[in-house]
Design a protein around this ligand. Structure first.
Ligand SMILES: Cc1cc2nc3c(=O)[nH]c(=O)nc-3n(C[C@H](O)[C@H](O)[C@H](O)COP(=O)(O)OP(=O)(O)OC[C@H]3O[C@@H](n4cnc5c(N)ncnc54)[C@H](O)[C@@H]3O)c2cc1C
Length: 509
């Protein structure tokens, strides 16, 4: 079916398909508004797939007196754990004690605040810990602290919010850039340009700028508007190496420069090590890790762990840019991680709201604040309901029980693959496994348990158009598939000609 989007009118158009944009779309659509979201590349292709993947209060922000941000973020941990138990899980952190870097009383005070600034029900409280000879840390490190935060699959969080928005009637377009915005009497008119296909226009009563690192530059496409704030781009990079320690705990390492670096268990077989904090002046999409950052991350890991790593161990790297509010801090790591909403109501009934800064952890609160701010324009709109609504696939209580049920019903699928389905799709696994009675029913095997059923599901329900969309943002199988397997998937996806279908959808205009 060809759907003509040209000249359609919406209550809200959101520019930007990162976690903030899709979170706003999900919130607004669930309150009954007619929503369109456009993303110039793939959903979550920018900052929202390049994070450290933590739902956390941010222990180190306490040092910068960001108490309100830490409280807000801490209380979101429990909310998000319940909303998305498939892609979010508790993670125990171990902090080796280094008395010359931070005295124990400062750390105890910080952890006391961390434990008590917000209500905790699932996550355990902090405590002291002693290391014996079985510890993966060097023998001179004998004591430390533990506390709990959460792990999140950041790009899936973004995409699942888009799916939730779609389920409530929103239109989501990836690979479709907003290239021009103007006012047409009492409406916003946006020109949208798909990667392939002709530009077209749509109109809306309200416009939300959730363009992340592009939030200020988007204003150059809006007639007669100037960016109310400038952002400071701060690059953060990670390296992925074969797992450097046994067990499922994460480590938080203090560096003599005052920074901290995480060593996180990643995709069963790997350790994710990051991040850095470097001012960045290039195009957001071009950010990549520098040699200096590689050396820095390897050096801190080797300073703490018995297992020594070198550059040859690196299997993957990624770098993202934090779109932070320019609060004129001298030091990049001291710039506030909180968000600010800028509201422009130059025309009394024509709002433009821009989201500056923010964290994955606080995306839901940011979305709620944006949609609440639009209340005067949409007085009949309902109240925010996202706090208690599970994200798609998150309507279950125990991962272990869900896995058991899948094992019973689909015993012919490898256990490791079923485990991946649980932590990627939750109960949505049933949608693409439905009526499969034997392995062959899953179709072509692209390698490492990626079957055609899953690929087709991602194309049809999660806007995947290319092998990269599947391997890096909807799954993390890009880490394990061989170049030949990736080529096979590439050809399959081009055969499906997904981008052309998007173009077709909007292009008959
Ligand atoms: C290294 C690093 C580590 C981090 N770690 C954590 C962490 O562990 N926990 C945490 O809570 N937070 C973390 N963060 C912060 C978090 O990742 C960001 O705050 C969040 O992802 C920002 O989301 P966003 O939607 O605002 O931006 P983005 O994800 O960048 O999305 C903005 C989107 O807008 C699109 N866009 C721009 N212009 C246009 C246009 N004209 N038309 C259409 N689309 C457009 C872009 O393509 C982009 O996809 C980290 C950030 C970095 C960089």
């Amino acid at each position: 079916m060809t759907l003509s989007l040209s000249s359609q009118h919406y209550d809200i158009i959101i520019v930007g398909g990162g976690v903030n944009g899709t979170g706003i779309a999900a919130d607004a659509a669930s309150r009954g508004l007619k929503v369109l979201l456009c993303e110039q590349n793939d959903l979550a292709s920018a900052t929202s797939s390049k994070s450290s993947k933590l739902i956390h209060g941010g222990l180190r922000y306490l040092e910068h007196y960001e108490f309100s941000l830490v409280r807000k973020a801490l209380s979101e941990r429990e909310v998000l754990l319940k909303k998305a138990p498939h892609i979010i899980h508790p993670l125990k952190f171990i902090m080796p004690h280094q008395a010359h870097l931070r005295p124990a009383w400062i750390i105890r005070l910080g952890l006391f605040l961390y434990d008590n600034l917000a209500k905790r029900t699932t996550l355990s409280a902090s405590s002291g810990v002693r290391f014996d000879q079985l510890s993966p840390l060097k023998p001179d490190i004998t004591k430390g602290f533990t506390y709990a935060d959460c792990w999140v699959d950041d790009s899936r969080l973004t995409i699942l919010n888009a799916v939730a928005a779609k389920q409530d009637g929103a239109t989501v377009l990836n690979y479709c850039k907003c290239t021009h915005v103007c006012q047409q009497q009492d409406k916003w008119q946006l020109t949208l340009t798909p990667v392939t296909g002709k530009s077209f226009t749509v109109t809306a009563n309200a416009l939300v700028n959730a363009a992340g690192p592009w939030v200020s530059s988007l204003f150059s496409s809006i007639d007669n508007y100037q960016a109310p704030q400038q952002i400071r781009l701060v690059k953060g990079s990670h390296i992925v190496v074969p797992k450097i320690h046994a067990g499922d705990d994460a480590y938080i390492l203090q560096n003599p420069d005052g920074r901290i670096v995480f060593v996180l268990p990643y995709e069963q077989k790997y350790s994710l090590i990051g991040t850095t904090d470097v001012d960045y002046f290039g195009a957001p999409n071009d950010a990549s890790i520098s040699q200096q950052e590689i050396d820095y991350l390897i050096a801190i890991s080797n300073r703490y762990f018995k297992h020594q790593i070198s550059e040859n161990d690196i299997v993957s790297t990624y770098a993202g840019v934090r779109p932070l509010l320019n609060d004129e801090s001298v030091d990049a790591q001291k710039v506030t991680r909180d968000y600010t909403l800028e509201q422009n109501w130059q025309h009394p009934t024509l709002p433009l709201i821009s989201a500056f800064g923010g964290k994955i952890t606080t995306y839901r609160k940011l979305a709620e604040a944006v949609v609440d701010a639009l209340q005067p324009r949409f007085p009949g709109m309902g109240a925010c309901a996202t706090k208690h609504q599970p994200l798609p696939g998150g309507d279950f209580v125990s991962r272990a029980d869900l896995l058991k049920q899948l094992q019973i019903k689909y015993s012919f699928v490898q256990l490791s693959v079923l485990k991946r389905y649980v932590s990627t799709y939750g109960t949505c696994s049933y949608l693409f496994l439905a009526d499969c009675n034997k392995l062959e029913d899953l179709g072509q095997d692209f390698g490492h348990g990626l079957y055609q059923r899953e690929v087709d599901y991602l194309s049809q329900h999660e806007w995947a158009t290319s092998a990269d969309d599947i391997l890096w943002r909807r799954t993390k199988l890009g880490l394990t598939l061989t170049p030949t397997q990736k080529n096979v998937l590439d050809s399959y996806m081009s055969g499906n000609n997904k981008i052309a279908k998007v173009a077709e959808m909007v292009g008959s205009l």
